[in-house]
Design a protein around this ligand. Structure first.
Ligand code: RTP
Ligand code: MG
Length: 137
């Protein structure tokens, strides 16, 4: 069993599609092992996306991720990291395959509905960033 971190981003929370996105995961064999709604501080968002610190879009990414509440989740299942990325679709919703979360709920490369860990190693670090062991079951 693998675990990965998912974030429902501020655009999707504001649109009221938390339930529809959670349904995509549960209907495709990913269990919700932990879940919390929070508002990220600029410090949190900057640390979480530290790998992108030098990228030109970093400021906008932090602005966007702190613009409203998000839902952070641990998803658990076989091949969870890759399966979650498949369900999410491409970063730019215009390039996301039909039926993916980003194709159906995202509007732009910034407001792209969800985050998902991109490797098992990063998943472990991202899960620890938000959750204690006792929060996950
Ligand atoms: P995420 O980390 O949020 O799951 O997204 P991702 O792996 O599909 O994409 P990544 O390359 O990690 O980029 C993180 C977020 O930064 C924004 N971005 N903007 N303007 C741009 O060229 C650009 N590239 C990336 C996106 O919102 C992306 O989700
Ligand atoms: Mg990424």
């Amino acid at each position: 069993m693998e675990q990965t971190l998912s974030i429902i981003k501020p655009d999707a929370v504001a649109k009221g599609v938390i339930g529809k996105i959670v349904d995509r995961f549960e209907s495709n064999g990913l269990k919700i092992a932990a879940m919390r709604k929070i508002k990220l501080s600029r410090e949190d968002a900057g640390k979480f996306y530290e790998v992108h610190k030098e990228r030109p879009f970093f400021g906008e990414l932090v602005d966007f991720m702190t613009s409203g509440p998000v839902v952070v989740m641990v998803l658990e299942g076989d091949n969870a990291v890759v399966k979650n990325r498949e369900l999410m679709g491409a970063t730019n919703p215009k390039e996301a395959a039909p039926g993916t979360i980003r194709a159906d709920f995202a509007q732009s490369i910034d407001a792209n509905a969800v985050h998902g860990s991109d490797s098992l190693e990063n998943a472990k670090g991202e899960i620890e960033f938000f959750f204690a062991k006792r929060d996950i079951s």
